[in-house]
Design a protein around this ligand. Structure first.
Ligand SMILES: Nc1ncnc2c1ncn2[C@@H]1O[C@H](COP(=O)(O)OP(=O)(O)OP(=O)(O)O)[C@@H](O)[C@H]1O
Ligand SMILES: [Mg+2]
Length: 409
């Protein structure tokens, strides 16, 4: 069962499915795991023994192509969790299904194959081989797979280009800045074309500016490669920027699991609320949530006179033109329509094209666009159907409401 998961279910089958995962560090592991059903017994044993519960009955699903963020303070169990996904740490009990296979049942040979082909990991401290140059580091995973030199260099070179390291193939990794070393780490992970990319605080050691840049580059890469990513961070700002969904961990448990919007607007407990208070809701709320009702929308069969009349009635000097499925075709302003000089139907006129915004765009990303534009910006869905308008007033109001909300927290 998903914990506190209020997200709409994805229609896809999960690629990672973790059920009741426990990890206890200490000498009483077996005793604890074999204790009677129910976690109260386990807690009691633990209290007496002083062992550490790093993972406490953790369950979640990750869907293909998703960026799934695990967030929590130091010691909350994040690294233990991703390490279990690779079986770098053996869980004390529970199930880890990946591609419908229970990886906890793998023997050593199967596990090796799985690690080489399905998963790749990017670590906080890069984990590069210091005596090898950039391209040999990037090609390392392919070398382990026994791919010959020409081929692996070709793939690695291509991936180094993608992460912005074109021309650095021969450099020693020790000559590179932190950000560049982590690009090598990323290239190395991606050269093996893994199904799943695990990233354990990959940008934590970097300067804030570089960190933000790496975050954006990862988002661009992800848009192109569509990997399934499990990304660990202790930074909520980073989590809401890159996460499709976020699992918040505390003391080895997932205390909330949801989209950034769900977590920021509806924190599950006071602890998460405290965490989220500095994040502006405008970073996670979609423009659709503040869209104004449609007005001044006409089909191409409308006539010039009808539109001019509409403009006079409403005092709005613009009109959006749609086809009969309500798909956005263009835009016309008062000046253009008055220049028409006759009462032709719209379909005979040249319409200006106006770039719409997708309804899932977050408010903060459209502020500049709405302020730069004298008219509302049309909002469309995946099918280019006009669903609402983003107006200056609505955007400013969202910011004002957020400021009030943050004050009252
Ligand atoms: N090998 C180990 N032996 C004993 N205890 C461990 C071991 N590894 C982790 N722990 C404990 O398990 C808990 C979870 O640790 P983990 O490293 O998973 O946390 P984390 O969320 O990744 O923290 P950080 O943000 O500091 O990396 C902590 O209390 C930690 O001390
Ligand atoms: Mg960690």
């Amino acid at each position: 069962m998903l914990q506190n998961n209020t997200t709409t279910e994805s229609p896809l089958a999960p690629i990672i499915s973790v059920r009741s995962l426990w990890k206890i560090f200490g000498s009483n592991q077996d005793e604890i795991v074999n204790a009677d059903e129910g976690d109260t017994d386990k807690s009691e044993v633990l209290q007496e023994s002083g062992d550490v519960i790093a993972l406490n009955d953790v369950s979640f699903d990750v869907f293909p192509g998703e960026t799934f963020v695990v967030m929590g303070l130091s010691g909350s169990g994040k690294s233990t969790l991703v390490r279990c996904l690779l079986r770098l740490i053996e869980p004390s009990s529970g199930e880890i299904n990946i591609n419908d296979d229970d990886i906890l049942l793998y023997d050593a040979a199967k596990l090796r194959e799985f690690r080489r082909n399905e998963m790749a990991m990017v670590f906080q401290h890069f984990g590069l081989l210091p005596h090898r140059n950039v391209i040999d580091n990037a090609a390392y995973g392919l070398e382990l797979k026994g791919i010959d030199k020409d081929e692996r260099y070709e793939i690695a070179k291509h991936m180094l280009e993608k992460v912005g390291l074109d021309g650095w193939e021969e450099a020693r990794t020790s000559e590179l800045s932190g950000g560049m070393q982590q690009r090598v780490g990323l290239a190395r992970a991606l050269t093996v074309d893994p199904t799943i990319l695990l990233m354990d605080e990959p940008f934590s050691g970097l300067d804030p500016l570089i960190r933000r840049q790496m975050r954006e580059e990862l988002a661009d890469l992800q848009a192109e490669l569509q990997k399934t990513i499990v990304f660990i961070t202790h930074d909520l700002d980073e989590a809401v920027t890159i996460g499709d969904r976020i699992a918040i961990m505390r003391d080895g448990r997932i205390t909330q699991l949801g989209t950034p919007e769900e977590i920021i607007t509806n924190p599950a407990d006071d602890f998460i609320k405290e965490f989220t208070r500095d994040i502006s809701q405008t970073r996670v709320l979609s423009v659709q949530s503040i869209a104004s009702d449609l007005e001044q929308v006409f089909e191409t069969t409308a006539r010039v006179s009808e539109i001019i009349e509409g403009m006079e009635d409403t005092g709005k000097e613009f009109a959006f033109i749609v086809d009969n499925d309500n798909k956005l075709l263009g835009f016309i302003d008062k000046e253009a329509i008055e220049a028409a000089g006759n009462d032709a139907p719209l379909k005979d006129m040249d319409l200006s094209v106006i770039e719409p915004i997708h309804e899932s765009t977050v408010i903060e990303d459209v502020v500049q666009l709405t302020l730069d534009n004298p008219y509302p910006i049309p909002i469309v869905d995946d099918e280019n159907i006009l669903t609402g308008l983003a107006t200056h007033d609505a955007i400013l109001q969202a910011f004002a409401e957020n400021a009030l909300q943050q004050q009252s927290n």
